[in-house]
Design a protein around this ligand. Sequence first.
Ligand SMILES: [Ca+2]
Length: 490
Amino acid sequence: MFRAGLSLAGAVRRSARAPSPGPHDLATRWTHRLGLAFLGGALALTLAATWVVERGGDAQTLQAMLAAAQPGDTVVVSPGRYEGSFTVPAGVMLVGAGAGSATLDGGGAERTVGLQRGAGIRGFTITGGLRGIEGLGANQVTDNVVEENGPSSSGAGMFLLGCGAVITTNVIRGNSATLRGGGAYLFLAPTTTCEAGDEAPQVSNNLFVDNDAAQGSGLAVRDSGSPPWDQRWPVMTHNTLAGNPSAPQGGTIFLFSDSAVYDLPTPSGVITSNVISGNPGGGIAQYIYGGMPGYTYGPQIRDNLLFRNGPPVLQAPATGIGMHGNLQADPLFVDEAAGDYRLQPGSPAVDTGEEMPDMDLAGRPRPMDGDLDGASVSDRGALEESGEAGPIQMAQGATVSWPLRDGALAYHLYRGSLTHLLAGGPYTQSEEDSPWAMQWCFLTGSELVDDTLPPPHEPLYYLVTPVTAVEGSLGFDSSRQERPLTNACP
Ligand SMILES: [Ca+2]
C-alpha cells in the first residue's frame, strides 16, 4: 500500500476537493487510514481513503467521488440504481452493496464501466451498456452480475486487456456480441498498460449463461502478443458455461492467436475443471492463424466436463474428449430450465475437479466430499455439491424430516442441547454431555417422530448425516469449518 509522494498535506487537499452534498438527500463522506512505512531510511506516510456514497446518493455523486479518488482508494456505494457511464481511476476499487441491490445501468452508453489500469469492481449488477466493462489491465472483477449488455462487436459483457486480470465469482449472462466474446473478451497484447510483474489472467468460479457471439459466446481470448505476453494464457478453472447460443460453430470458449510467430511452444495457462454444457455453437475451440499442424500452442486443457454442445466440442492441439481427463457426460444440473446450475448428487462433475479456489460461486467452501467416499475433492464447475443431507424441517413440533439423498443407504440423526453446544460442547453429544443428547442410527426413511418435549430454556437441535460406504458430513459451521463428528453413530 506504500505510495511515495503522499503526505498529510495531500490528505487535506483531497478533503477540500471532496464534493459537497447536492440538493437531493445526498450524504457523502470519506474516511482514511494512515500507516507508516519505512523506506530509504526515512519514515513516510501512506494513506488510502474510503469514499462512501450513502443512501440517497445519485449517479452524479458517484461520478464526483470517482473523479476525486486516487490510487489505493476504495469507493463504497450504497444500495440503489445508478444510471450513466462510469470511469474508475487507476488503482481504485469500486464496491457495491451486492449485485442484488446495487446496479450500474449504462442506459445505452458505449460502456457502463471503464476500469483504468489496476482498478477493480465488486458487488454490482452491471447492465445496459453496449459494453458492460472495459478494462485497461490488471483489473479485478469479482462478485458481480454482468447482464444484458450489448450489442458490441467483441466483449459485450466485458472487454479486458488480459494482463493481470482477475475475473472471479461473477454471473455473466445475456450479453451479446456480433463477433467474439459475448460474455467476456481477454486481449493479451503488449501495451503500455501491461507491466512485467503482471500475472496471467485468472478466470474462476464464474457462471456464463445465455451469452451470444459468433465465436466464443462465453469467453474469447486473443493472443496478439510478442514475448512476454505470449507466455501468459489464462488460468481458467471451475467455471460453468451453459446455454450460450454461439454460432456459427465458434465454441463457447474461443482461443486464438494472430500468428504462430507470437506463440512460443512454452506451456502457459490452463483450462481445467470447467463444466461446459448445452452450448449449440460448440465447447472449446482453439485456432492459430498461420500455425503448424501438430505444434502445441496455448493453454493445457484438462479435466473439463462437456455435454450436449454443438460442434466443435473440443478442438485444440494435443487434447480431445477422453484425453487429459476431458469427459463428455451429463453434468446433472439440479434444474437447468429454471437456471439452477448446482450439481445433483451422482453428477460426474462431483469430486472430479482439481484443487484451485477454496470457495465456490455461492461462497461455499471447497473442497467438499460430495460423493461421500471419505475424501474431499473439488467439483468441476462453479458450484460445489456439499455432501450434506438436505435441510431438516420440523412439523407439528414432533416430526423431524429431511429430503432423501441419492446414494444414501441410511441416515444418522443426532439430537443435542443447544446450551451445551454454545458452552463449547460437541455437535454430536453423548449422554454424559447432556441428558437430552440422543442418536438415532441407520434410519432408512426420511423422517422421525420425536415426542420428547424439552423443558423451558433448554432448546434442542438436530443434525442429520447421509450414510453410504462411510458417513457423510454434518455440514459446515458459520466460520466455514466442517463440523467434527466426535460421538458418531457406531
Ligand atoms: Ca466435491
